[in-house]
Design a protein around this ligand. Structure first.
Ligand SMILES: Nc1ncnc2c1ncn2[C@@H]1O[C@H](COP(=O)(O)OP(=O)(O)O)[C@@H](O)[C@H]1O
Ligand SMILES: [Mg+2]
Length: 468
């Protein structure tokens, strides 16, 4: 093994190193194969300077044991942990997919509904750990691994890694004696920054930061420097998510504000409660986020299916600018106008937008039925054409025309109801004037009535009036 750590082909703790997967704050992660079992794993090898600290070594192995004892589908299975020739390592399930940090770097944010889907398993895993008294301490997108389904019978899996494996050197303080923060500052709870005891609620704060980032594409407290970021976590109100993405439902803001509360006691009772709040706040999005007609050009081809959103359009900086009003002024209308090419697949993937124009299908149905009715009426009274036939067919055609040009569900229901009524009237009349009660006229009129009703009831949903 070289001084710079293991290299491909080296052997460590019964594993053969194959390749470097990535580098993190604590060391290097390799793909490696167990030499007797043949199982391929992710082998995290701790940086030598950390491994040299006896306190760290002891805590690392203890927490690896604790993490391995947690049985949850979203907690990365830990197969092994140990030390060989002073090199500390931990072997875990190899996840064949990107971490959420990589995903967000590529896409900016997640499609709105997807945030809950990806983070619910993480929240559930955290709650299980918290009930066992274990705190993760480093919840961040880089520690959330997303494995795509292996085949069509499989489902996506999400894993939380690095339980308790922060590179901190003291069990209570996050700031070292030299004043350097050793956790991941972007997601650190105020109490963690202050070096106070942490518990599950500190993980919840970090998770709320991740939620914020997933839905907006920005961190709640960004800033140019670590000091600015720390100041944000410690002293600033988190910006409303809707100030970054005004199309998000306003109900999301209080949910994130609670998850990001400075005082742990003001946060949700559990991480799943935070995700539940998120889902409830986003629930109306699928029905409320009806794109205005301009957002979905009729000829625009559907984008290729992708599990993640394409990059966010430029959004205002999250960090408050000194002197500027905060929160920034909100647009008066909701939802705000969307760009012609919507960056959010939940828009693009939805059915064609119901615009103010009536659908042609019910109108065509009714018009055809009207003609059929006319033909039927004329046929039945072939020997006595004239006002009798027109009397019966006229109202039907007028109603059909009204139905064809009417806008909005209420109007169509009215016209189709009247069409149905006159159809019934026709049936009654036909039964009286024809030789047999079920003459072709009666059948034609019944078809007309049915078509009127079906056409009206199946008309495009919702009123055409613009939303407030
Ligand atoms: N079990 C795993 N399977 C696949 N890739 C992993 C696994 N664990 C970590 N990685 C990847 O290795 C890289 C470094 O991880 P890590 O050392 O944990 O970084 P950090 O210190 O930022 O958490 C990351 O890109 C992560 O996605
Ligand atoms: Mg990690």
């Amino acid at each position: 093994m070289s001084v710079g750590g293991p290299t491909p082909g080296d052997e460590l703790g019964g594993y053969r190193i194959q390749a470097v997967i990535g580098r993190g704050g604590m060391g290097v992660v390799y793909r490696a194969e167990h030499m007797t079992l043949g199982r391929t794993v992710a082998l995290k090898v701790v940086a030598p300077e950390l491994a040299a600290d006896p306190g760290f070594r002891e805590r690392f192995l203890r927490e690896a044991r604790l993490a391995a004892s947690l049985d949850h589908p979203a907690i990365i299975p830990v197969h092994d942990a140990g030390e060989e020739r002073g090199v500390l390592f931990i072997a875990m399930r190899l996840v064949t997919g990107p971490d959420l940090g990589t995903v967000l770097r590529g896409s900016g944010s997640l499609p709105t509904g997807r945030t809950g889907d990806v983070l619910a398993p993480v929240a559930s895993a955290l709650d299980v750990a918290h009930r066992r008294g274990l705190v993760h301490r480093d919840v961040k997108p880089g520690n959330i691994l997303v494995e795509p389904p292996a085949d069509s019978n499989d489902a996506e899996r999400v894993f939380l890694t690095d339980f308790g494996l922060t590179k901190r050197t003291d069990s209570l303080t996050a700031i070292t004696r030299t004043g350097m923060f050793v956790g991941t500052l972007q997601y650190a709870a105020p109490e963690q920054i202050r070096g106070e005891p942490v518990d599950g609620r500190s993980d919840q704060y970090a998770l709320a930061c991740v939620v914020f980032q997933c839905v907006t594409g920005r961190l709640p407290f960004g800033g140019e420097s670590d000091v600015q970021m720390m100041y944000g976590h410690l002293s600033l109100e988190p910006p409303p998510a809707t100030s970054v993405r005004p199309d998000l439902p306003a109900g999301l803001d209080p949910v994130l504000a609670r998850g990001l509360a400075k005082a742990p006691g003001e946060r949700f009772p559990s991480c799943m409660d935070l995700i539940q709040g998120l889902r409830e706040a986003l629930a109306p999005v699928r029905t409320r986020l009806v794109p205005p007609p301009a957002a979905v050009a009729p000829t625009r081809p559907a984008p290729p299916p992708t599990p993640f959103a394409p990059p966010m359009p430029a959004a205002p900086s999250v960090a408050p600018i000194p002197g500027a009003p905060w929160p920034p002024p909100q647009p008066a209308t909701w939802p705000p106008p969307q760009p012609a090419t919507s960056p959010w697949p939940e828009y693009a993937g939805s059915a064609p937008a119901p615009g103010p124009r009536a659908s042609w299908k019910p109108a065509l149905l009714v018009a055809l039925a009207g003609i059929l009715g006319l033909v039927a009426v004329s046929g039945a009274h072939f020997d006595e054409p004239g006002p009798g036939a027109a009397l019966l067919a006229g109202p039907q055609l007028i109603l059909a025309a009204l139905l064809a040009i009417s806008r909005g569900r209420a109007a169509r229901l009215t016209w189709s109801g009247l069409a149905a009524l006159t159809g019934v009237f026709d049936v009654v009349v036909a039964a009286g004037v024809s030789e047999t009660p079920f003459s072709i006229e009666a059948v034609g009129a019944a078809v007309l009535a049915l078509a009127g009703a079906v056409g009206g009831f199946r008309s495009a949903p919702g009123p055409a009036k613009p939303r407030a």
